[in-house]
Design a protein around this ligand. Structure first.
Ligand code: FAD
Ligand code: NAG
Ligand code: NAG
Ligand code: NAG
Length: 693
């Protein structure tokens, strides 16, 4: 997640480069082993993967397990061999050399500003540059995908792939004990991506956990049961030395001995070419930096072409290939292969705004100590340099409060009925087809069930000890578009999130600000002397808070998705639940674009699961055995595991830990007396929390 502190991170990064640069010469050779130049290209491959980002490398690894199949990955970006990119500080550096340089069109809902987008362009893609916060959505987030007409894509269907892609490494027992960090070992497997907790947390977080519980937000243990809602600990995708564990070093470098796997970098896939029967036959590629319209090379695919160019470019490649909204294609002078109006619609992300409180009586040490206390600073440096432990092993924090709407807003039912009575088309981009509007209405039905649910969060508040943070909307109603520029199809696509166009999205931000203030008023929090800096206590009306929220709002927390959605075709879908593009054969999508409805989570772990599942689907239709097993038996395995696996994690749950009581006189989980002393009456502030007022 992009947070602030870019400058600090960049400075730190430079230090680290000079320290570690010569430490890993062996990495360089490994990376280059399967890289080929244009002269070594075969004229055809069994599989061509468009984009060697996060999902592309996963699928390439799995498809090349069968040594009789040749696999080519074409990646527009280059290898980033910079050792600093493995370090914890890279979690917030977002180097522009590894990103597309694109901004949105002016966002009318948030004051008309152009907003940065986050789309990686480097081998390993988003996993090479991301914040390494490694969480999953709640079970219900994925069950919603299945409810939208995608059998097999519920949580039970994805859990085997969450496991297959990860291995959990036991963290420092002292930190686990001290902070009550929890995880669920059975929710991980022995897959490539290493996942663990860093060896440091800031003491103030103990108070924060307790305060969440006091305002009716229970502590959950995330894992096999899909319990990623309320407040829970979140690990990082790092190894035991806090080094980035990601698609390139864990899915690609590890299979560098496979001669049937080729990676070509610095080439753009311009488009896909089809036979007269609309079978995807070949890709046309062009060297990066050469003039558009210049020379291209055509490479044939015998079995399948798999699009993994990400949320920004998968729809653009489809559109340039003649698959997309007919009207757009004709304006761009592209012959129509399939009029598929959903291509580039359904863009979603998690918009966010900042809030800031200062703790006037903070515990020591705290985040500021790294800058203000030289003794502490020196100790932190020494811990890092000698042991790769301590505060500098930390990334962006390890705890999230992902709040159900009923917990946050007692009038949630009225909000939901106002959403249901909206004319959906009124708030959707005017380019949306009737089918896409129907698809949105279908999404709205499952979305409103989730708005009412206590087992799914609709906002996220990350916390790690500081008084300020991002307030993130996890289930926005506004929808955007990614469309090629009709007057220059080679230019970067035009991105419009239409952030906060639906006014209900702003109401969610208001509720979030008010609930954050309530959290700051929790009894335990008072020892820290919290003082509101922004919005500022003088801003109280809803309109004032909306103005504050939209002014500072960003459209994206780098979780863009949905632009080639897995939905029925008559609901604006682009791919089926087999991930095959409608209207053609031999062409599929395996990246984040297929997400129909954005889950309440940072998206990296979910992309690994999608890509692992995609690889099994691709193998199955080619007639060879999926590496996990067929979808059906995977699901059987799942239910067995879920009922029989004992929980063997440490059962400590933090100083604020799991409590059996949330409120004062009633609510879910409450076991105490329900009467209040005379003079006060019991009032339910939300289903968990009540007070004698
Ligand atoms: C800055 C940033 C921070 C993030 N922080 C977090 C976080 O902390 N936690 C988390 O869970 N998630 C985070 N994410 C999100 C997560 O990393 C992404 O959702 C995920 O990596 C997307 O994977 P993908 O395979 O769909 O696309 P990508 O990994 O983006 O891969 C797409 C690849 O396709 C290539 N490509 C595009 N067009 C073409 C073409 N025409 N020809 C050839 N190649 C092409 C691109 O260069 C790119 O490498 C972050 C993302 C970013 C960018
Ligand atoms: C984005 O800009 C940086 C810095 O100018 C550059 O190095 C990089 O190649 C650009 N990215 C793309 C995908 O063009
Ligand atoms: C500075 O850090 C040291 C070492 O952690 C600690 O002992 C000391 O109390 C700190 N000083 C202040 C003013 O907090
Ligand atoms: C979406 O944003 C565009 C401009 O970026 C604007 O023209 C359009 O009206 C917006 N859509 C809606 C439904 O308001």
């Amino acid at each position: 997640m992009p947070l602030l502190s870019r400058l600090g991170a960049v400075a730190l990064q430079i230090l680290i480069i000079s320290n570690v640069c010569l430490a890993y010469p062996e990495l360089v050779d490994k990376i280059r082993a399967r890289q080929i130049n244009i002269g070594s290209l075969r004229s055809s491959y069994d599989y061509i993967i468009v984009g060697g980002g996060q999902s592309g490398l996963v699928i390439a690894n799995r498809l090349s397990e069968d040594s009789t199949k040749n696999v080519l990955v074409v990646e527009y970006g280059y290898v980033d061999n910079n050792p600093s990119q493995l370090e914890p500080s890279s979690a917030t550096s977002y180097p522009s050399r590894d990103l597309f340089n694109v901004t949105t069109v002016p966002q009318t809902g948030i004051g008309g500003k152009r907003v940065s987008i986050y789309a990686a362009s480097v081998v390993g893609g988003g996993s090479t540059v991301n914040g390494m916060l490694f969480d999953r959505g709640a079970a219900e987030d994925y069950d919603n995908w299945a409810a939208l007409g995608n059998p097999g894509w519920d949580f039970a269907g994805l859990l085997p792939y969450f496991k297959k892609s990860t291995t959990f490494g036991t963290p420092d027992p002292a930190i686990v004990q001290e902070y009550g960090i929890t995880w669920e070992p059975s929710a991980y497997g022995n897959g490539p991506i290493q996942v663990t907790f860093p060896s440091w947390q800031w003491p103030t977080i103990k108070v924060q956990w307790k305060a969440w519980n006091e305002v009716g937000v229970p502590t959950m243990r995330d894992g096999e049961n899909g319990n990623a809602y309320n407040a829970y600990w979140v690990p990082n995708n790092v190894d035991a030395q806090s080094r980035r564990s990601y698609a390139k070093n864990r899915y690609f470098d590890t299979v560098s001995s496979r001669s049937n796997l080729h990676l070509l970098t610095g080439y753009r896939v311009n488009d896909i070419q089809f036979s007269s029967a609309k079978k995807a036959e070949s890709v046309r590629i062009q060297q990066r930096g050469t003039p558009n319209g210049g020379s291209t090379t055509t490479i044939r695919a015998n079995q399948e072409i798999v699009l993994c160019a990400g949320w920004l470019n998968t729809p653009a490649v489809l559109q340039r290939s003649g698959i997309g909204p007919q009207d757009l294609l004709s304006r761009a002078n592209i012959p129509v292969v399939v009029d598929l109006p959903g291509v580039g619609s359904n863009l979603q992300d998690h918009p966010a705004t900042q809030i800031n409180f200062q703790y006037t009586r903070d515990l020591q040490p705290n985040q500021a100590s790294l800058y203000t206390n030289q003794t502490f600073q020196a100790w932190a440096q020494q811990q890092w340099q000698q042991f790769r432990k301590g505060p500098m092993s930390m990334l962006v924090g390890n705890a999230l409060a992902t709040l159900p709407l009923p917990t946050m807003l007692s009038t949630y039912q009225s909000l939901i009925s106002r959403v249901n009575s909206q004319n959906a088309a009124q708030y959707l981009p005017s380019t949306y087809s009737a089918a896409s509007i129907r698809g949105y209405e279908a999404q709205r039905r499952v979305l409103m069930a989730s708005y009412a649910s206590l087992k799914n969060g609709i906002v996220e508040i990350p916390f790690s000890g500081g008084g300020g943070t991002s307030l993130v909307h996890e289930k926005p109603l506004s929808r955007g578009t990614v469309l090629i520029n009709p007057s220059d199809k080679w230019a970067d696509p035009i991105v419009d999130y239409n952030t906060s166009i639906n006014p209900i999205d702003n109401e969610i931000f208001v509720a979030m600000i008010k609930f954050y203030r309530r959290w700051m008023q929790a009894p335990s929090m008072q020892q820290l002397g919290p003082q509101e800096q922004s919005p500022g206590a003088s801003l109280t009306t809803d309109q004032q808070l909306i103005n504050y929220a939209t002014q500072g709002m960003i459209s994206s927390t780098a979780h863009s998705c949905g632009t080639s959605a897995m939905m029925p075709q008559d609901q604006g879908g682009v791919v089926s639940s087999q991930l095959l593009v409608y209207g053609v054969t031999g062409l599929s999508v395996g990246d984040i674009s297929i997400i129909p409805l954005i889950p309440a989570t940072h998206t990296c772990a979910t992309v690994y699961a999608i890509a692992e599942k995609a690889a099994d689907l691709i193998k199955a239709r080619a007639g060879n055995n999926p590496t996990t097993s067929s979808t059906t038996s995977v699901r059987t395995t799942t239910s067995t595991t879920r009922t029989t696996t004992p929980v063997t994690t440490p059962t400590t749950t933090g100083s604020g830990g799991t409590q059996s009581k949330w409120g004062q006189c009633g609510g879910i989980g409450w076991t105490g007396p329900t009467a209040c002393v005379s003079g006060s009456t019991c009032q339910s502030l939300n289903p968990y929390y009540s007070q004698c007022l």
